[in-house]
Design a protein around this ligand. Structure first.
Ligand code: ADP
Ligand code: MG
Length: 325
């Protein structure tokens, strides 16, 4: 069982940032409105994610760290409202690191915790806690020394964690996020609300007011596929592609086709070694896209990739020409 979990961990957990992604997504699935993240050593020594979500009842704590136990599956595979649904993340993390899961659901008189280290579980035992869940991960990959060697510098891992948090935070402006330990100054993202205005305000927190105030507004639709979002004016470009954010049906994705279309749209107005800044939200019938190509869920498979590319390139080129660029 531990070995199977370690193999699964190889798929889902590549580096500290993948742990942060899984834990933050769990907090979002639990309807949290505040998510606090603390890290040390680029996440290699410590990652702690606290939320004020629905919590886990004591009789489900053991299940939560067991393989393929998820509280989120519906009958329809396309109808995946929750971000996570494989029941793999917590057991995977517990098989390669020291994991402590503390939780207290609404109405419970106390919190409980379980801990898993290298696949060995202890608990549940009572613990003092407010409503919500705290997941603490220490010494990532201590149980798999070969994997440990592949981690990058603290600085690089910390940067990847920051990127993951920003990427998710843009899609959930009604949630307050904080991230400490990855940089000298912690990242503080107060909740901005719901709707387009709130999204733009969250984008301003992350990409700067300068981007948000001057960005081209995208809003286009083709054959049921809708694109909305914001694209930087050509002079607002960057030396790397870290400032490109794409979402499919509200989930962050890092998809080559979408990013390729973005690059294509700016090919004539931005130098080849520079990268446009943009936030793209695609909305379409879930039956027309597979977001589960890989457990890490970064790539997507569109039924009609050409349509999506045409939509993105067309909308951005049109916005550029309307603004006289
Ligand atoms: P999945 O998210 O795919 O269901 P995980 O291994 O990430 O699998 O989590 C296992 C289960 O633990 C979830 O289905 C959920 O019931 C519970 N859980 C995990 N994290 C939280 C959290 N922060 N708040 C409430 N429940 C949680
Ligand atoms: Mg999950």
């Amino acid at each position: 069982e531990t070995i199977i979990n370690q193999i699964a961990a190889g798929e889902v957990i590549e580096r500290p940032a993948s742990v942060i992604k899984e834990l933050v997504e769990n907090a979002i699935d639990a309807a949290a409105t505040r998510i606090e993240i603390v890290t040390a050593g680029g996440g290699k020594t410590l990652m702690r994610v606290s939320d004020n979500g629905c919590g886990i009842p004591v009789d489900e704590l053991t299940l939560a760290v067991s393989r393929h136990c998820t509280s989120k599956l519906t009958d329809d595979v396309h109808d995946i409202r929750a971000l996570g649904f494989r029941g793999e993340a917590l057991p995977s993390i517990g098989s390669v690191a020291k994991l402590t899961l503390k939780s207290r659901p609404e109405g419970a008189d106390s919190g409980f915790e379980v801990s898993v280290s290298g696949g060995h579980m202890e608990g549940p035992r009572p613990t003092a806690l407010n409503r919500g869940t705290i997941v603490e991960v220490r010494d990532l990959f201590f149980a798999t020394p070969a994997r440990l060697k592949f981690m990058k510098t603290e600085r690089a891992e910390a940067l990847a964690i920051t990127e993951v948090v920003k990427r998710i935070a843009i899609a959930f402006p009604h949630i307050r996020f904080s991230l400490a330990g990855t940089d000298r100054t912690p990242l503080e993202l107060p909740a901005t609300g719901t709707g387009a205005e709130a999204t733009l305000e969250r984008i301003a927190q992350i990409l700067g007011k300068d981007f948000a105030d001057n960005a081209l507004v995208l809003d286009a639709e083709r054959e049921g596929v809708r694109l909305s979002g914001f694209a930087g004016i050509p002079s607002f470009n960057r030396g790397n592609a870290l400032h490109q954010f794409a979402y499919v049906n509200g989930r962050p994705v890092r998809d080559k086709q979408i990013l390729g279309a973005l690059r294509g749209a700016y090919a004539d107005v931005i130098a080849r070694d520079r990268h446009p800044v943009a936030v793209l939200f695609l909305t379409l019938d879930p039956a027309l896209v597979d977001v589960n190509v890989h457990p890490a869920k970064a790539d997507v498979r569109f039924r009609d990739p050409g349509l999506v590319r045409g939509l993105i390139v067309g909308a951005i080129k049109q916005a550029l020409s309307h603004s006289g660029i």
